[in-house]
Design a protein around this ligand. Sequence first.
Ligand code: PEP
Ligand code: MG
Length: 321
Amino acid sequence: SEDATAPVREGAVETVDGTEIEVAANVGTPAELGPAAERGADGVGLFRTEFLFLDRDDAPDEDEQYAAYREAIETFPDGRVVVRTLDVGGDKPVPYLDLPAEENPFLGERGIRRSLGPDADLFETQLRALLRADADTDVGSLAVMLPLVATVEEIEAAETVLEGVVDDLRDEGVDAERPEFGVMIETPAAAFMADAFVPHVDFFSIGTNDLAQYVMAAERGNDAVADLGDFRQPAVLRAIDAAARAAEGTDVWVGMCGEMAGDPELTELLVGLGLTELSMSAVTVPAVKARVAEIDTEAATALAERALAAASKDEVTDLLT
Ligand code: PEP
Ligand code: MG
């Protein structure tokens, strides 16, 4: 396919008029780090840490996590690695976590909700491992990202834990620093409240897999409602736009790490919405980089405005072809 044949491009890529767009990879296991770098990814925009916790009988200790995070940071000596804190819930079996049986696990205790509740100890251990890995590497840069945030209180509570971990590590003689800190925008609440989040974070990363499912009330992965859950739905585009507008003119950068970011046919629209980082499955990195280099941001902005004014998914699709 087109995705698999675009030549690998190393280094930062810009639009024709000089806007730099970071093109990063989503990584689910350490084995995917090297191949992502070989595909020309500028960094990791989403390191899903669930692999450390699934398919085992007890939680990984701090040192085991430290090794995995350090490897990720060192694989991208010139780039940024965005590590997402544990994102599990009742839809995944994790025997030692005692996850509740819920009728609607996607609406239950998952993501940051568990990290600030029953999994608070694990959350602290994970942050300790991350900050130690960051302190012990003098290349690359670490960013910590929270999943499924819905309220500003969740961000504040996580920030307090993070600051406590920095203080504890310093007391222990570790040269710990507050890393870049951000949240996923993957609930409608986060999109609506993004302006209130701005003072607390360095970045937003839009998780369209969950955002589309929650905005459209259409379960991800359910073929019967796939058309409703499509990223081209104008309601989904308006949710993305709400977050991007909230960050506009501030120091907060806005990226995307949901599957939508990996479709080269949507790259111009996403650049037009104001995103400056796109993170995707490594295989599509070359095709998206090639696409970015063809984009004129003024035309992209005009395209985004028309898409935001569209009344239906079909109208958006027509604009894109
Ligand atoms: C998302 O929801 O878009 C996302 C990137 O996270 P995950 O697919 O891991 O839920
Ligand atoms: Mg998600």
